[in-house]
Design a protein around this ligand. Structure first.
Ligand code: FAD
Length: 314
């Protein structure tokens, strides 16, 4: 029978919703237990949130001053040690999980399964390859611990209606590396919704034309309460910071509404929005590939259409 350890992602005392998505994937394995591991300096608030996630058997906490910042090099040996007795270790396929899980897999001497999008069996998973152009079914060795990252866009977050799971402190005796230390965190500050968890996203591409012009995207997004994304061409041209990039080498997102404005629809961009609900495209080129996947397509100049749309919203 499987026992799964899900690594909690959190920042500033708040649980990242990606964790509840990883719990959903863990539930699909139909395991005997799903424990969530919280590594932090102050664990209480995050553990309390994790305990409320449906399907969680126990929340295990490791409170150490070294865990004040999510340094993969510091967390990995603790996770590898905590993984003893578990058949699976799951982490969300976010920057955090992609940084941590390979180190855990290496310490356990196993190959990692990346970007799990569906569970076919306890050791059989589907994952995208070739920038999402093909889906491959992979089978992990049942004799070893499965270390996997979970493609968050493919899983809805587990709810939190049931009574809270017990929270238990865990003592892990493991030497931590001193070669990696926290220097600082540079984070874009924005009052807008978080790109990876927003239900609505408005993205601008090279067609927007300049950093100044990007204001039209921000204004429209604010009007409908959306997060703002961008194509790589827009990021490379300096129109917006790279944390806004959506796609194969940016963020993989699954909003209910995705608006691609002045974006041609290159395959590397589409990879990032495969799981979006309704896709709306505004492009002046009626032949642009984005229209092949858009649910609603508006052919025309974005500088004319967007203000019209905004005005019609009142
Ligand atoms: P373009 O392709 O130049 O399209 C601009 C569009 O704007 C055109 O369709 C044009 O008709 C339209 N337009 C222009 N003016 C207007 C106007 N006034 N009104 C309306 N429409 C207008 N790309 C990503 O986005 N994300 C990634 O993660 C990513 N990863 C990559 C990884 C690799 C390994 C490689 C090789 C490429 C990657 N790319 C990625 C780049 C990708 O191939 C495209 O180059 C990029 O997505 C193009 O961005 P774009 O659509 O904004 O620009």
């Amino acid at each position: 029978m499987s026992k799964i350890l899900v690594i909690a992602e959190h920042l500033h005392g708040k649980l990242n919703p990606a964790t509840a998505r990883a719990v959903s994937a863990a539930s699909a394995v139909k395991p005997e237990a799903i424990d969530v591991l919280v590594l932090a300096d102050q664990v209480d608030a995050v553990a309390a949130e994790a305990a409320k996630v449906d399907g969680v058997t126990r929340v295990l906490t490791v409170a150490r001053v070294e865990n004040a910042h999510p340094l993969a090099a510091v967390l990995a040996p603790q996770v590898a040690k905590a993984a003893q007795g578990y058949s699976h270790v799951f982490a969300p396929s976010t920057t955090f999980g992609k940084d941590l899980a390979p180190r855990v897999a290496a310490l356990l001497g196993v190959a990692q399964v990346s970007d799990v999008m569906s569970v076919e069996g306890a050791h059989t998973f589907k994952r995208p390859i070739y920038a999402g152009n093909a889906i491959v079914t992979v089978e992990a060795d049942a004799a070893h611990t499965v270390v996997a990252t979970i493609r968050t866009a493919s899983w809805s977050a587990a709810g939190n209606g049931s009574s809270p799971a017990p929270i238990e402190p865990l003592s892990i005796d493991v030497a931590l590396p001193s070669h990696t230390r926290f220097v600082g965190l540079q984070q874009g500050s924005s009052d807008r919704p978080d790109l990876q968890s927003a239900s609505k996203v408005v993205s601008g591409g090279r067609g927007v034309g300049s950093k100044e012009n990007f204001d039209i995207i921000y204004t429209f997004a604010d009007k409908i309460g959306a997060a703002v994304g961008a194509s790589r061409a827009a990021v490379d041209a300096g129109y917006c910071p790279n944390e806004m990039q959506v796609g194969q080498t940016g963020k993989i997102i699954a909003p209910e509404l995705y608006m691609a404005i002045g974006i041609s629809g290159a395959i590397q961009h589409l990879t990032g929005i495969k799981d979006a609900g309704t896709i709306v495209a505004i492009n002046k080129d009626a032949e642009a590939p984005i229209f092949e996947i858009a649910d609603i397509g508006l052919v025309g100049d974005l500088f004319k259409i967007l203000p019209e749309l905004e005005a019609s919203l009142g």
